[in-house]
Design a protein around this ligand. Sequence first.
Ligand code: SME
Length: 164
Amino acid sequence: MYDFQPDETLAPAELYRQLGDAADALTAGESDGIANMANVAALIWEFVPRLNWAGFYRVVQNGTEKELVLGPFVGRPACIRIPFGQGVCGAAAASGETQLVEDVHAFPGHIACDAASQSEVVVPVTRNGEVIAVIDCDSPEAARFTKEDARGLEALAALLSERI
Ligand code: SME
């Protein structure tokens, strides 16, 4: 049994350090990317307070186009396929840049998977300069995510580059 006991009162930098250590311990030496994404989605859910969705979309080649396809997550059932450039996830995948969205209703083309979502952060996972997946976190609170959340999730994405 894995029993991580995150303390929700931790400052974000320490919270993400502990989350990163837990993710490193759980994924080290495991070559199955789906298993690693599943465990990391569960860890994000346990460590990061005030979320209603946490998980992955994977970059998949569909004919001549790349698209995002739903991966392991915690939360309500979500849309399965997202074209590059569409929604917050598609913007992160197409640009290779983190999207920190204080108000999802103000984001052009935002894709609502759970009506409760008010704010969102999406971080690309890259390998050899290519986006291979994104980490997506949604919150029912407006402006829930800060640059510290973005930095913490970017560190997690870097750890996962060769593990998913
Ligand atoms: N809101 C996302 C879609 C994925 S769900 O939030 C899980 C978007 O606009 O890309």
